[in-house]
Each structure stands twice: as structure tokens, then as C-alpha cells.
Design a protein around this ligand. Sequence first.
Ligand code: DON
Length: 573
Amino acid sequence: MRLLYLLFIINWISFAHATPILVDPQDRFSPTLAKQGMVVASESFAAQASLEVLKQGGNAVDAAVTLGFAMAVTAPRAGNLGGGGFMLVYDAETQKVVAIDYREKAPALAHKDMYLDQNGDVDAVRSKFTHLAAGVPGTVAGLALALEKYGTISLQQALQPAIQLATDGFPMPATLANAIQDATERFQRSAASRAIFMKPDGSFYQAGELFKQADLAKTLRLLAEQGTDAFYHGKIADQIVAEMQANQGIISKTDLANYQPQIRQPIQGNYRGYDVFSMSPPSSGGVHIVQMLNMLEQFDIKQTGHNSAQTIHIMTEAMKRAYADRSQYLGDTDFVSVPLQGLTHKDYAKQLTQQFDLQKATLSQNIREGQPAVYESPETTHYSIVDKHGNAVANTYTLNFSFGSGITVSGAGFLLNNEMDDFSAKPNVPNAYGLIGGTANAIEPHKRMLSSMSPTIVLKDNKPFLVTGSPGGSRIITAVLQVILNVIDHDMNIQEAVNAARIHHQWLPDKIFMENGLSPDTVDLLKQKGHRLEASRTMGATNSILIQHTDDNKRILNGAADPRRPEAIVASY
Ligand code: DON
């Protein structure tokens, strides 16, 4: 008996040492725990439908594609058929991470100066709120490709919940009801949008009222019957082109027919022993997350402490240099050569950190892009999924702004993106997120506009440890960075890591944006170092899963829905 007790103690001690205790009664916020499968997303009807797929034996990709189509119905601010995005997939069988790029592309008739007026100034309305703002949509092809390559269910099956939600309707969530009211001006340009998002008498839906979308249901049914051909060659393609031709848009049937999603190698880095995989170009996210982690690895930020003035100082010095490089080097690698290995090399990070003054902020005007070695990528939504087989998916997709361009394809019931604004319309003129760029991200026919979306999977010992990502335009990259740092350096459980107050610096403008939650004396200390600070609305929404592996080969899934999206949910079993 005594021996048994001793064995139990030894076993317990080794368990406690090998596996960090990620939930502690002392913690301020607790994640949701589950054993089999988990979906963390910003809308609950779609998340529940996706969880059902997992429960019925589908894998994480099946659930992710089902969720992607369902959110096009239930969360039309960002969920979409008329937009694009990126999906990272960890395949448990091969233990490899792949990236699916279904980012929109510039139409064939797009050209460098298409958003300049007679004076050569950027016409911001044209690049954001007209038919010219839309890139060739990639979501339908991207989700279908994911399913074909890595899924187990049919496209019809994956579309079923979306069809049902659009046909039978669902109670309008409060945030959607409010967002529609906020977007009324945007909908003024599109009678088809008003017909969907407002009642026939022009009044608004109230939270809880049944919301049906008949045209969208028809479109989804066509997809189920005819596959992606309906969208890129058939009836839906005709509807998109008719919409374009009636409104001086330029997307043609050839543009749609030529659209192809790409399977790409994700960007890979290593941070304090963890392997970080994130999105490659045309996203800038993966490159700069790895670049900033490489810089931060050289400092003991665990010791300087979470959100202390010194840690924020070091983080923002890293952020400024990364975003300066972004504006110079990053663009679609199918068109421009990006020094990916140079930018993500640890030696380059060392070179950059040598410029840090630990007492004083370097003014952004004194920072230019670095010289990486040349060895040879608001409303978006992110969801994270893990299945019982050990697969994981991180997916971020978007129409760019909330409801995209605000323009619905008449008769087809879905919104068009305004992603063309992510190109650099003119060198050094900021886009909607204050980001500037040059030739690398200039508009060219068929090119993909640079993105910040950063679906990310961190592995430990070749197994998924953290699945995360975020909306937030330029702030996506720093939001994802902070979730990683909060977990790895600051020993937070995943809910604390997601909830913690965030900061952001993007080189230009030269200021630290901060969420509520930094103490006034931290702010004072940062000012003394020469930083300028500005209070910000919340930044990002990092729906995340952390996977704890126990010594007896069991997993505990730790889910954290980001409270910055009131309807975000962890659905699990
Ligand atoms: O791809 C990008 O970087 C942007 N179009 C993302 C927009 C976004 O995250 C807006 N969300 N809050």
C-alpha cells in the first residue's frame, strides 16, 4: 500500500513538472476545457454547427469549412462568400503545417493609378466603397480546396448548415443588429444590401428578430448542386459580372474563371523552443511575427514583466522596425521578390536589436527599413479548431471593412469585399489602417494585395500547442504576437493571454496605441523614454486554443473566446 502511495506521488510530481499547470485557481480568467474537439469563433450559431461536424467524426478542416460557409450567413460583417482569407492546417498524420491562400486578386483591368483623381491624389471612396474596390473573391474556391485536399465530407455536406441558416433564418444577434445600424450610410449605395439588412419598410431589425436571407440561400444551394463552377463560371459568375457592368466595376468572367487559390508553405520560426508557423505572403503577418519574436528572444521579457514600461518599450522598438520593413519589402511573392529568409533570420534580428536604446525611444523618422540578407504577405474574423484526431485549423477571412464595400451582388445575396484598399494606391499615402507601402505592394493586374492576416499554429515537439489569429487590420500582427508572448513568456493561461490589455505600434504613425488597462505610471515611464501614446478602442479578437499534452498521452484543450467580441464562443465536447 505504501509503495502504491509512493508511486502515485512520484507519478504526480513528474506529471506536474512535465506539464505546465495552465489553469490555476489563482488565475483571474479561466479558459474552457474539453477533451475531444473544440471550435472557438466569434459567432455562436455557426460555431455550434461546426462543432456538430466534429462530434459526428468530421475533422478540423471539415468543421472549418462548414464554419466558414455558415458565418457567411450569420456574421456577414466578415464571414463571406465575396471576400478572401487564409487557412493554416496542421495535419496530424504527416505532422506538417500547410497554408491555403484564398486571398482576393486584382482584376485584369486593374492598374497602378486606378484610385488617383485628376490631381494625382488618392480618391479614398473609390478604393473603399465602389465596385472598383472589390478584388476577385477567393473564399468559395479556398474553402472548397481545403475540403478537397484535407477534408473528409462533401461540399454539399459542408454547405448544409449555411443553407439552413439562410433559409430558415436565425434570431438576429445584438452585435449584428447594431453593426447594421452603424453601416447604414455604406448600404446607401446598394439597394440589394438595403433589401437584405433592412426590413421592407426601411426599419431596422431588432436583436432577437428572425433574420432570413433568401437570395443567399439560393446561391448556397447552387453551390451545393453545382460546386464551385457555379461561382467562377456559371450563374453566380454571371450575377457578379452583371453587377459590375451596371456599376462601372471591372471584374470580368475571365477574372473569375482564372481565380485559383494556392497552397503555400507557411512562414516558420522558432521562439524559445517553440516552432511558430504563420501565414506567408501575400500576408505580411507570418514574416513580421517571426521577425519580432526573433528580436524579443534576445531580451528577458519574462523578467521585465507583462506590460511593464520596459517590456512595452522593447516590444515597440521591435514593432517599429518590423513595420518599417513591411512597408518597403512586403508584397505578393508571385509578383515581387521578398527577402523572406533574410527578414526572418535570427542574425538579422540581432542586427536590428543592436540599434535599440534601452532608455530612449528611437523616433520613427529615424528608422528606415533594414538591410536583410537577400537569399533569394475594421472587421475580419478568426476561428481556431482542433479535432479528436489531433488536426488543427487556424482560419482568418474577411471582406476587409465591416460588411466590406457595403455592396451586395444583386440577386445573389452576398457582399463584395473592398480589399483593393489593401494595395498601396500611391507610395507613402496611408491606407485605411494607416499603413504605407511602395512598389512591392503597388496595384498590378492579377496580383494579390498585401494582408496582415496571421492565422498561426505554434508547435511544441511537433504537436500543436497554440492555435490563434485575429482580425484588426494592421493590428492583427501585434495582437497575435502578444498572445504568443503572454503564453510563452508571461506564463498566462490562454484566457488570460487573450484578455490581457494590448498595445500596438506600426512605425508610422509614431505612437503606441494602447487598450484600457495600462497603469498611469507605466504610461508616464514610457513618455519619459520619449514615446507618444494614444488610447485606443479594443484591438483584435484572438479566438484561441491551447493544447496541453499530459504525460499519459492525453490532451486537454484550453479554449479562449476573445471577450472583445461579445458573441464569441468556445464550442467543445
Ligand atoms: O488583409 C488585411 O490585412 C485586412 N484586409 C484585414 C482587415 C481587418 O482585419 C479588419 N478587421 N477588423
